[in-house]
Design a protein around this ligand. Structure first.
Ligand code: S3P
Length: 172
């Protein structure tokens, strides 16, 4: 799968609602790779949920934990697909590390798609107590230029997940 690259991991980056976890899990199954979800790993390491980490320790502590977990996942010798939380790629050191060990795939999605997909679950502290559309629009402004540094960009449209997975595989 990763023949074009000496790197043996695929890291999915992109905003909340881009489909990183769903696409990542399916991509891993279809390509016979392990699947790792950075957000879940952070929750396991902390022993509580991401909203709880934000509420109890604050965003800065969450970002420090996120950084440690991604370093650990990238050092794991097993080839894998790794889904990251939307903010992970914004850290320059994390970004450099991802570039060294993995092929970064940006799942790009339109604002409307992100708004619809994130409305379904209430597990995102950045979208709580605010207008999700406005927050997501601001994050598009600040983060899309950085996500655009990924090795590959794939549009995450509404519809069957396998279509997006097909597009990722075709782009590798
Ligand atoms: C965040 C995205 C979330 C999670 C945390 C912060 C972000 O992950 O890491 O709530 O800063 O964009 P998902 O992108 O998987 O929702």
């Amino acid at each position: 799968l990763l023949k074009r690259s000496k790197r043996d991991k695929i890291v999915l980056v992109g905003l909340m609602g881009a489909g990183k976890s769903c696409v990542g899990r399916r991509l891993a199954t279809r390509s016979g790779l392990a699947f790792l979800d950075a957000d879940s790993e952070i929750e396991t390491a902390a022993g509580c949920s991401i909203p709880e980490i934000f509420a109890r320790d604050g965003e800065e502590a969450f970002r420090a934990g996120e950084r440690r977990v991604i370093t650990r996942l990238l050092k794991n010798p097993e080839p894998a697909v790794i889904a990251t939380g939307g903010g992970a790629y914004m850290n320059p050191e994390t970004r450099a590390e991802i570039r060294r060990h993995a092929l970064a795939v940006w799942l790009r999605a339109e604002l409307d798609v992100l708004v619809r997909r994130t409305a379904k679950r209430d597990n995102r502290p950045l979208l709580k107590n605010s207008n999700p559309r406005q927050v997501l629009a601001e994050l598009i402004e600040t983060r899309y230029p950085v996500y655009a540094e990924a090795d590959i960009t794939v549009e995450s449209r509404e519809g069957p997940i396998d279509t997006t997975v097909d597009d990722v595989i075709a782009a590798l």
